[in-house]
Design a protein around this ligand. Structure first.
Ligand code: ADP
Ligand code: MG
Length: 271
């Protein structure tokens, strides 16, 4: 579904040169929920912008369903970290969700139906006529998720979407994402710096090194598909996996171990 090959991004300008992403290669299969985890500043947003066609890579390429991404692809939707800046304050919730649909060749009644259905999926059917600033942060982020869902994307890219909400809301939103993934069968690439979140949500975790970024490890999360905040987080296997990822990230920060090489083990740490 998604194929990132030898992606490199160097920011250049005003005499400065920042190599944000050195060499990233990984794939995401159709219908998979993959979490990408790496330390702050390691180039996660840069990578997602390249994947979404918002930024052109210095070298390498991104393929979506076999086609090279060179601008925002029609089958892809984004949920950004800053929900406060991603919704239009002068538009009601329903209008915000409907806006991207206007690029599609759909009749008004079909658009309305998609908006209603998406808001229902995130539990906000009653907020259709409210303005974003009348809602809490968590609700605003739900609106942003509904907007992405209404667009009926094949692939959903999420960039630290819950980093700015409180812990309780965050837990609810994590469960919402897993629920939507299981119901709708969308392919999701979820980026976070939070190790517990990556292990809780993902079917697979891709661990990134510090900048200039390479893939440090890929780990299959062999927890049951049915997860919940109460039981999953106290499962000994959850603790083993999170500890393993934590050690990888610490080593990545220190710069030990595989430097330029890509370690690719799909085998989780032994039980
Ligand atoms: P993350 O999302 O993992 O925190 P970013 O992709 O935002 O990381 O940034 C990775 C690196 O690239 C950082 O060192 C950051 O300062 C640098 N960077 C990001 N955007 C730009 C830009 N537009 N110009 C120059 N450097 C940038
Ligand atoms: Mg970022």
């Amino acid at each position: 579904m998604l194929d990132v090959r030898g992606l490199k991004k160097v920011y250049e300008g005003s005499g400065r040169r920042v190599e944000a992403v050195r060499d990233l290669t990984f794939t995401v299969d159709a219908g998979e929920l993959v979490c990408l985890v790496g330390p702050s500043g390691c180039g996660k947003t840069t990578l997602l912008k390249c994947m979404g066609g918002l930024l052109s890579p210095t070298s390498g390429e991104v393929l979506l369903e076999g086609r090279k991404v060179s601008g925002p692809p029609p089958g892809m939707a984004f949920v950004f970290q800053e929900y406060g800046r991603s919704l239009f304050p002068w538009m009601r919730v329903g209008e915000n969700v409907e806006l991207p649909l206007k690029q599609k060749d759909l009749g008004k009644s079909r658009r309305r139906e998609l908006v209603r259905d998406a808001l229902e999926s995130v539990g906000l059917e009653d907020a259709v006529g409210a303005y974003p600033w009348q809602l809490s942060g968590g609700m605003q982020q739900r609106v942003a998720i509904a907007r992405a869902l209404a667009y009926e994307p094949h692939v959903l890219l999420m960039d630290e979407p819950f980093a700015a909400v409180d812990a309780q809301t965050r837990a609810d939103l994590e469960d919402l994402v897993r629920g939507l993934w299981r119901e709708r069968g969308i392919t999701i690439l979820f980026v976070t710096h939070d190790i517990d979140e990556a292990v809780y949500l993902g079917e697979r975790v891709v661990v990134l090194s510090a900048s200039p970024t390479v893939v440090r490890e890929q780990l299959k999360v062999d927890l049951p598909a049915e997860r919940d905040q109460l039981h999953t987080r106290v499962d000994p296997r959850f603790a083993e996996l999170r500890t393993h990822v934590y050690e990888q990230i610490q080593a990545a920060k220190r710069g030990d171990g595989p430097q330029d090489a890509v370690t690719k083990s799909d085998t989780p740490p032994p039980r």
